[in-house]
Design a protein around this ligand. Sequence first.
Ligand code: BES
Ligand code: ZN
Ligand code: ZN
Length: 506
Amino acid sequence: MTPEIHITSSFSKKNKTQKTAFIYFYLEGKGIHGSISKQLTLLIEKKWKEDSGKKGVRETKHIDLETETGFDHVFVAGLEQKKNQESHVRNTVADVARTAKSLQCTHLVVDVQGLEEYADEVAEGIILGTYEFIEFKSKEIANKISLVKDVTFVSTKNKSQIEKDIMKGIVAGEGVCLTRDLVNTPASHMHPETLVNAAHAISNKSEGRVTVEVLDEKECTKLGMGSFLGVAQGSVRKPAFIVLKYKGIGTKTFTFVGKSITFDSGGLSLKPADAMMDMKMDMSGGASVLGVFEYLARVKPKVGFAHVYGILPACENMPSGNAIKPGDVVTAMNGKTIEVLNTDAEGRLTLADALVYAEQKLNSDYIVDMATLTGACMVALGTDLAGLFSNDSDFTSIIKKAAFDAGDELWELPLYAGYAKQMKSSIADLKNIGGGRYGGAITAAVFLQEFINKAKWIHIDIAGPAHKDGSPKGVSPKGGTGWGVLSIIRFLEGYSHYEDIKASSN
Ligand code: BES
Ligand code: ZN
Ligand code: ZN
C-alpha cells in the first residue's frame, strides 16, 4: 500500500482519528531543526538531554511529549555530518519511520525545514523503512498489520521545488518497493508472463513514454538465441524476452539488463534443498530493471541518452524430460557455441544472448547488467556487497558515484583475462563453468565478456545483497531489497549526460 503524501508549511494535530508520530531532525553542530515553536524546541532539547544524560548525543531518540504536543509520539532523529550524507539521512529516516510504524502510528509528520537539500532522501527513507509485504497473508492477519496511511512533510521553503524533490523521492522509493514485491513473490505466482504483465503495467502509466516489446519463443529462435532458449526448454512455462524502452535527449544508447530466472532449481544439475529455498529471488536483476522503469514512467526525467533500454530475458530453470542436459551444446546469438557442463550456471547463458541483443539489435554504447549470478561472489564479498566488473574505468567511476549516493554498497573485482582459458571447451568454443571452485564470480564475469564486442560494459553480481535474511535495518528490509534501483535512477538522473562522463569521472 502506498501512503498518501501531503506537503504543508505548518502542521498541528487536529485529527485525533489517526495515531500520529512527529519526526524532527537534530543536526550535528546545528541543534534541532524545524518549524516548531521555540518553546517546544526547548522542551525537546531539555528532554533529550535528560534522557541521554550527556550533551551532544546524536542517536535517534523517541521522546515522550504526548501531553505537551498532542502527538502520540515525537521522535528526534539525530544526524551526523558524514561523507555519505545521502545514505545516512535515508537510513536514519528509515529506522525512525519503521519504529513509528511498529508503534502503530499510521500518520507520520516529518519536519524537513532546513533539511530541504535532502528532501528526496527523507522521502525515500520513509517509503523504504515502512515497507511491508502482506500480499500472501490472509485478510484476517493482514488487517492486524499496521501500515502507514498518510505522510505529511512540513517546510516553509520554496513549495514547488520541495514538492518536486519529495515526489521524486517517493516515486524512487516506490520503484524500489515494486522490485521488492516482485522478488518476494513466490515462484508459484511469478512466471515470465508475470514479468511481462508488470512491464505492461509500467508502460500503461507512462503516457506513452515507456514502450514494451516482448519476444516469444519463436522470435527468439529466429534471432538465434540458443543459449537463452536452452535454459528455458526444461520448463512448462514459456520464456519471454522483454525489452522496455524510454526516450531521452542525448546521442548515445544505454541498456540495463537484469537476470530474470523466475525460479532456479538448478535444472538437471539440481540444487540441494537448502540452496533452492530462496531461488524465487533469481529474477532480482530483472525486478530492478522494472523498478527503474517504474520511476522513468512516472517521473519522466530528462535523461542524457538518446535511448534507455531495459532487458529481461525471463524464464524458469527446471529439470524435466525436455531439459537441457549436462554436456549439451548450445549456440548463442553471436554464433559462439557453449558446452553446458552445469545446468545450474544458467544465468550467464540467458545473459549471453541478452548482451548480444543489446549490442547488435539496440546498438547500445553502454550496458549495465545486474544478476544474482554466483554463490562465489557471496563467498568473496559477503552478503552486503555486490561485486562489480567492468571493461571501462570511466564508466565504472560514474556508476560507483551513483551507487555511493544511493547507499548501494559494492566492491570492484577484477575482470581478469587470465581466467578466460578456464572457460574454453574441448568440443565447443566455450563451456559455462570454470576449472574449479575458486574465483567463480570472476570466471562468470569473464564468460559474459565473451558476449560483449565494443560496448562499455559493467556487470554487477548481486547474489548477496539482492535478498536479506536478517531483521530490517536502515533501508534494508527482510527479503527482497531492491538493490541497485536507486543507483541506476541516480545515474540516469544525475550522471548520464554522457559526453560529460569522462570529465566528471575524475
Ligand atoms: N542463482 C544462482 C546463484 C546464487 C546462489 C544466487 C545463491 C543467490 C544465492 C546461480 O544460477 C548458480 O546456481 N550459480 C552456481 C554456478 C556454478 C554452478 C558454477 C553457483 O554459484 O553455485
Ligand atoms: Zn543456477
Ligand atoms: Zn541462477
